[in-house]
Design a protein around this ligand. Structure first.
Ligand code: PLP
Length: 514
């Protein structure tokens, strides 16, 4: 009874202490909202499955030998790597001798592009790719351009599929490689790699396909696809981060990119990360079962879209209906900025993405969405939802409930101030309290607004009680999205008079230099 009275007092009566107010807000929120943790960003990364973690722990604990050592511990470690190589080879129907482990898919993409660039240059100088590749491909290609390689990006249609006739027209005597991903990380579009390979082979051109998002989600048979090179990453299929793999078809040219102790048959030196490799191998087990369970993802996706279209009929699906990863959907919420939406969803425990995880916190719109014809503004209104094994219909309904409240105005937006209006806003709010949530290293390179309080996002919890509740608070970051996350978070701590700076310090600096 006493406890009930204590809580009633806490909730109903005014109390001046900031800490007390914060506690009261948190309890109110706990009682009023049944907050769920919903993870809809499986294309960014996935949890490490318990079974896989156990395998890795066992290796870390007992099998510490260096695989290059010729005694029992070393030989045991070699055996673990061999097993994992066979597991990945089985999953993609390759020969184990065609698989090389790398530190990531980013490394594997770099290795093929730079190795072939160096071997063919200057006899042949041209690579053809698509404008919707992952940044680990696009940025490597842009680097190769500075080294004399010509890169032509082939046209894609409005769903992101490569236009085969355009691709063929781009091939000339100088072309040595076509680089095209199997499945796109942002929209889920699946390419017709079999036809692309036929074109490549007709013109005696090699083919690299980034298969990171496809492994474990769709049938993947490297021989049927016909690719010469394919790249993979363990953390997209409930394996560990920091381990990737490169498939090189027997007989395809490749010059090692990392030199050293001749590990991985001399193709990729460096002492092997045995526990990560074992984790990758374990992640490749039961891949058929994973692909079958994708039927659940298709049902979840369909249910999500049907329910969403009822509450926001003008939303636009950027992903294709056919030729799409079963668990990926990219949606445009007309007239709603995606960083605002992501911050709001994050505040309610829902993790989604505005594009590739590698490009979050950037002001630039997604290069994938602009390549399929969206304007910069339309791309900035788009969100990717990628479902996974842990998701249920309850997660869908919970998220739809939040979106409905947001769309119908029950959840308030965090006010955002255009940088041009900042001086006026400061004049109106003489006691404006500015918080700069950028990490410390950024503050040095781009100084912030004079008088602002530097509280990095990662340290906000330690300083929350110092932030005044009775003053207008402005949160700023480099480009805008991080400040929105922080602002929504601070609202949960009882700071209600809160705004963010549109486009962040970068946008504000631009207005100063005008
Ligand atoms: N390629 C695609 C399509 C991806 O989605 C990713 C990861 O986001 C990568 C490459 C890079 O993989 P990793 O994280 O192993 O470097």
């Amino acid at each position: 009874m006493c406890l009930v009275r204590f809580f009633l007092k806490l909730l109903l009566f005014e109390n001046k202490g900031a800490a007390f107010k914060t506690l009261r807000t948190e309890i109110m929120q706990f009682l009023l909202k049944k907050r769920r943790a919903v993870y809809f960003d499986h294309n960014a990364t996935t949890t490490v499955a318990t079974r896989i973690r156990r395998t890795m722990n066992r290796v870390l604990k007992y099998h510490y030998g260096n695989p290059s050592s010729l005694y029992s511990q070393g030989l045991k470690a070699t055996g673990i790597i061999d097993k994992a190589r066979c597991q990945l080879a089985t999953a993609i129907l390759a020969d184990p001798s065609e698989i090389y482990f790398t530190s990531s898919a980013t490394e594997a993409n770099n290795a093929v592009l730079k190795s072939l660039g160096a071997s063919f240059f200057p006899t042949k100088t041209k690579i053809i790719s698509t404008p919707i590749e992952h940044s680990s491909v696009i940025n490597t290609l842009e680097y190769l351009k500075t080294q004399g390689i010509t890169v032509d990006y082939c046209k894609v249609d409005n769903k992101g599929r490569v236009i085969l006739s355009s691709l063929e027209k781009l091939i000339d005597n100088n072309t040595f490689l076509i680089c095209c991903m199997l499945a796109n990380n942002e929209t889920g579009v699946i390419q017709d790699i079999v036809s692309i390979n036929q074109i490549a082979k007709k013109h005696k051109v090699l083919l690299l396909s980034d298969c990171v998002q496809a492994l474990g989600k769709i049938d993947l048979n490297v021989h049927r696809l016909g690719v010469d090179y394919a790249t993979f990453s363990a953390h997209k299929l409930h394996g560990p981060k920091g381990i990737g793999a490169l498939y090189i078809k027997k007989g395809s040219p490749f010059t090692p990119f990392i030199h050293g102790g001749h590990q991985e048959s001399g193709m990729r030196s460096g002492t092997e990360s045995v526990h990560n490799i074992a984790g990758f191998g374990a992640a490749c087990e039961f891949i058929d079962r994973k692909i079958t369970s994708n039927q659940n993802h298709i049902r979840l996706k369909q249910s999500f879209v049907n329910k969403l279209q009822k509450i926001k009929p003008d939303c636009i699906i950027n992903s294709p209906e056919n030729f799409c990863l079963p668990q990926t959907i990219n949606i445009r919420f007309t007239s709603i900025n995606n960083s605002e939406m992501m911050a709001m969803l994050n505040y309610h425990g829902v993790a989604v993405s505005g594009g590739s995880a590698c490009n979050t916190n950037e002001e630039k719109p997604s290069h994938v969405l602009t390549a399929i014809g969206l304007s910069n503004q339309e791309a900035k209104e788009s969100i990717r939802f990628s479902f996974g094994e842990c998701n249920t219909i309850k997660d869908i309904d919970y998220t739809i409930g939040i979106l409905k409240d947001f769309i119908t105005g029950k959840i308030l937006f965090v006010n955002s101030i255009h940088p041009v209006l900042l001086d006026e806003f400061s004049q109106k709010n003489k006691s404006l309290y500015i918080i700069d949530v950028r990490p410390k290293f950024m503050l040095k390179s781009t100084p912030g607004i004079p008088g602002s309080h530097e509280i990095a996002y990662s340290e906000i919890d330690d300083h929350v009680n110092q932030i005044p509740r009775d003053r207008e608070v402005l949160v700023v970051c480099q480009n805008g999205p991080l400040a929105q996350m922080a602002a929504y978070y601070l609202k949960t701590k009882g700071i209600n008079q809160i705004s963010t700076l549109q486009g962040g310090i970068i946008a504000w600096c631009k207005t100063k230099s005008l």
